[in-house]
Ligand binder design. Sequence first.
Ligand SMILES: Cc1cc2nc3c(=O)[nH]c(=O)nc-3n(C[C@H](O)[C@H](O)[C@H](O)COP(=O)(O)O)c2cc1C
Length: 175
Amino acid sequence: MRIGLFYGSSTCYTEMAAEKIQRTIANIVGKNIVDLFNVKHEPLLTINNYTTVILGIPTWDFGKIQEDWDENWNELNDINFNGKNIALYGLGDQEGYAEWFLDAMGYLHDHIQAQGGTFVGYWPNKGYTFEASKALTRNKQFFVGLALDDDNQFELTDERINNWCQLICKELGLV
Ligand SMILES: Cc1cc2nc3c(=O)[nH]c(=O)nc-3n(C[C@H](O)[C@H](O)[C@H](O)COP(=O)(O)O)c2cc1C
């Protein structure tokens, strides 16, 4: 099985996380099974080639969707998410933008959920301080995907990625 990882990234943090996730999953399952795509260069329709996808999205400009995702957002309507496993991760800044922390990940989740996608990798919101987020679920106790904040908690990112990759590999039945 191969996993398609699609990310948008304006200042490279979400891209760095994509590479770490690729390496971490390779370590867990013993070989590289993750294909990386920057949505600036790859049509989102390529998602149709995978039954399992990881999507990485940062939030920009007070709760907005990152520009490359935003430009291609309508293409999401042409993807059949029924029967697909989706894992999300988001990048944001919980101090500088506390009222909009990771909102874009929430928008992506809600869009795909309405189109029938099945999610793995919901992530507890413990260890973060913010005012509001559109990326919360399950009584607001979980984020809809891995929450990363390289602006304020860069030192926690590797461990979070490691734990989250273990979680999704288990949920996907890979380990
Ligand atoms: C002008 C600006 C606006 C931002 N707006 C938000 C925001 O509304 N919510 C949030 O969680 N993070 C916000 N951020 C933080 C970015 O999401 C964060 O720096 C992220 O790591 C960027 O990822 P990228 O380098 O992959 O684009 C903002 C950052 C900047 C510089």
